[in-house]
Design a protein around this ligand. Structure first.
Ligand SMILES: [Zn+2]
Length: 384
């Protein structure tokens, strides 16, 4: 504990100096902090990515009365005691005196996210105390000391505890690891969709729970379905935003931005975020080490599957889907391996799902949610 405090102190010093190299794993789950602006607590939320806190640039500029001017190659930011130009395409920033400084940006929920330390170059100072959930940007007008500030806003500063993806209204059964070969993990990708409601009805009818790897864009299109999925105690997980290979796998940063973006959408809709991810088309071959290092060091756990239903391929052939699933499930049974079944949140799957559920139940399987505490199953055997 004492070591942790000393570490935090050092980290806050680095942050004030604008270096911000907090080890990615040292930040736990509380990666979103409410930003203090001088003596008040703003509505701006700062998101920690690899130990650097990012804020929506537009919202920060509004709070601090900065002027943003769009340029062909970036954005000019004027405010405080200076100005700088934030170059597009991660080109860093150029200060008023011409000095180039590295600075990366990304887009989350349609908002340009910039590192908070940008404000240091405009004459502000930053206070950070992770143990007090304090992240505060100040100029000469701030009256409160940091201690007085954290006292004043103690109740509001504390981030919501990451909520387990279960319905708080229903009794929570601790997920003990299932009996080998007799526990099945159903997973549905690509939703939510127009037919998620029907899918949830089927799951409810059979009293089984599943894990949903959802897309940010689809969550925004079907917010009520996301909320219902959460309310009924299913597992909430991420599948990125665009599902477009050339976008998601464009770079490790792009992949991370998609997962962070989808997580922000999930949080906005359900109040809950997650660390469970599945990448579009599965993690092999594209989600190579550099991608995994970038994304998994943020605390995400990568999940693929060991049973592919091919429900996207045999849309017109329920028998084929059923046999494809059961053949693989039976093979895994022989080696006492729990099946993780890939299916899709789509209309064609609704037709065959009851049959699969009936058979699995009859064969004595129990249905469980994937949780962050399980050793992730993925094609790279990456256990992070
Ligand atoms: Zn997919």
């Amino acid at each position: 504990m004492r070591i942790k405090k000393i570490l935090l102190l050092f980290m806050s010093l680095f942050l004030i100096m604008g270096l911000v190299q907090v080890p990615a794993n040292a930040k736990g789950d509380s990666t979103i902090l409410k930003l203090g602006v001088n003596d008040k607590l703003s509505k701006v939320e700062a998101v920690s990515v690899k130990g650097t806190y990012y804020v929506p640039l537009r919202a920060l500029a509004d709070e601090l009365k900065w002027t943003l001017t769009g340029l062909t190659d970036g954005i000019h930011v004027a405010g405080g005691t200076g100005s700088l130009t934030l170059l597009s395409k991660d080109g860093g920033a150029v200060l008023k005196d011409g000095t180039a400084v590295p600075m990366s940006t990304f887009v989350q929920d349609g908002k340009l996210m910039a590192p908070l330390k940008l404000s240091v170059y405009l004459g502000y100072s930053i206070s950070y105390a992770g143990d007090k959930y304090l992240l505060r940007v100040k100029d000469g007008s701030a009256q409160l000391t940091d201690a007085a500030f954290t006292d004043k806003y103690a109740a509001e500063l504390k981030p919501e505890a990451p909520v387990a993806p279960t319905n708080p209204a229903t009794p929570v059964t601790p997920t003990e690891p299932g009996k080998p070969g007799r526990t099945v993990y159903l997973t549905f990708d690509d939703g939510p969709s127009a037919t998620t409601g029907d899918l949830l009805d089927i799951l409810r009818k059979y009293d089984v729970q599943a894990t949903f790897f959802m897309l940010g864009n689809n969550m925004n299109q079907h917010p009520a379905q996301v909320k219902r999925t959460a309310k009924e105690g299913h597992g909430l997980a991420l599948h990125g935003v665009t599902h477009r290979q050339e976008k998601f796998y464009a770079s490790p940063a792009a992949a991370l931005a998609e997962m962070s973006g989808a997580n922000a959408t999930l949080k906005k809709l359900t109040g809950t975020s997650t660390t469970l991810i599945r990448t579009p088309y599965g993690s092999k071959p594209y989600f190579t080490k550099s991608f995994r290092d970038k994304v998994l060091t943020q605390g995400y756990h990568l999940w693929d599957w060991n049973v592919d239903s091919y429900d996207w391929k045999y849309k017109q052939n329920s028998d084929r889907i059923y046999n494809t699933v059961m053949d693989q499930v039976n093979k895994l049974k022989a080696s006492k391996t729990n099946p993780v079944i890939l299916m899709h949140d789509q209309k064609a799957t609704l037709k065959v799902l009851p049959r699969i559920l009936e058979k699995l139940k009859k064969d004595g399987y129990t249905f469980k949610l994937i949780t962050k505490d399980m050793e992730p199953l993925n094609f790279w055997k990456d256990k992070r």
